[in-house]
Design a protein around this ligand. Structure first.
Ligand code: 5HM
Length: 324
């Protein structure tokens, strides 16, 4: 068990770099691999590795969770934050990578809704599972996008919501950091909806692997990171208990407006006064990204002043020439 994902991430990298069990080759990739790896986060809110050598995209991380929670599969939204995903799309949609439709669609009667309803009626249940990989996904041997996550399971124990994620395969350099961010956010939202404390998050992976092109970067991260947590980390923000589906819809409406560059985020306007500061931070990240994508020059001080020091640090490491 680890107190922060920063520490868990480094421990996983250390394992696949220094003690690999296999050299695996598949679909044009070679990788070092460990089979059957898991870790537990005691405080899943500490979900970000703060590493110079692994510049996480905190904007994409939030966008991906919103995309999942909205039950969407359109590349128009997620491809704006991660252009590399565009090549996996067909007909404007993603399949295996789009966990949203499988977990959260249709709203109100999704697998996730059923798991939440089940726990309301039978809090001790071991059945609150939402499956992601689907039986038919191997039918087409050329399918470029087979879901890597098998499912999520939720447990209510002593008033806390514990979550377990099951993955058939996980890329230890890129995928792991994105998936743990998303699944711990889904865990926290589920805890809020159930009125439960946030319990542990356990990440269980059949094949944890590190692709050959990422080996040197992972070694660099391990060397640089040993002094421990970056001073930017600080306390992790807590999703407000007032968060509902309507809150997410407000955030998603702004997301669309900022992605289309319709107008800047009116940071100090009464329009946003009803939004909890936690969600305003998320909009601040989306606004910073709007400026980075659609405009030139540094991100405005107005937006940077809105953001907390950890988010400022992450933006500056990722976009050093745009965030001063
Ligand atoms: O050959 P395969 O279908 O396993 O290639 C997909 C690879 O993408 C996975 O093995 C994993 O390394 C990575 N991946 C991930 O780590 C993909 C997704 C999308 O479902 C993910 N995490 N969420």
């Amino acid at each position: 068990a680890f107190a922060t994902f920063h520490d868990a991430y480094l421990a996983v990298l250390e394992e696949v770099v220094s003690r690999p069990q296999h050299a695996a080759a598949s679909r044009g990739n070679t990788a070092t691999e460990v089979l059957g790896m898991s870790f537990t986060l005691t405080d899943p809110r500490h979900r970000i590795p703060y590493l110079q050598a692994r510049r996480v995209n905190i904007v994409f991380n939030h966008a991906e969770v919103l995309w999942y929670l909205a039950g969407r599969d359109d590349v128009a939204m997620i491809g704006y934050y991660a252009p590399r995903l565009r090549r996996l799309a067909s007909g404007g949609r993603l399949t295996g990578t789009a966990y949203g439709p499988r977990l959260f669609h249709p709203a109100g009667a999704s697998q996730w809704d059923r798991a939440v309803d089940l726990l309301r009626g039978d809090p001790g249940s071991k059945r609150a599972v939402a499956l992601i990989m689907q039986p038919g996904e191997l039918a087409d041997p050329g399918n470029p996008d087979v879901a890597c996550t098998l499912g999520l399971q939720f447990f209510l124990r002593e008033g806390a919501l514990h979550t377990v994620a099951f993955m058939r395969g996980n890329d230890a350099w890129i995928g792991l950091a994105c998936d743990v961010f998303s699944f711990t956010m889904i865990a926290e939202y589920t805890a809020v909806v159930l009125g439960a404390r946030l319990g542990t998050y356990t990440h269980m992976v059949s094949s944890m692997h590190l692709n050959t092109p990422d080996q040197a970067k992972a070694r660099a991260a391990l060397v640089q990171a040993h002094p421990g947590l970056c001073s930017a980390a600080g306390a992790a923000p807590v999703m407000p208990a007032t968060t509902t589906r309507d809150t997410l819809d407000v955030v998603l409406d702004w997301e669309q407006c900022l992605r289309a560059d319709q107008r800047p985020l009116p940071v100090h306007s009464s329009e946003l006064a009803h939004l909890d500061p936690y969600w305003l931070q998320v909009l601040g990240l989306l606004e910073a990204y709007r400026q980075i994508v659609h405009h030139s020059g540094p991100v405005t001080g107005e937006v940077m002043d809105l953001l907390t020091p950890p988010y400022r640090w992450l933006l500056a490491v990722r976009w050093p020439d745009r965030v001063l």
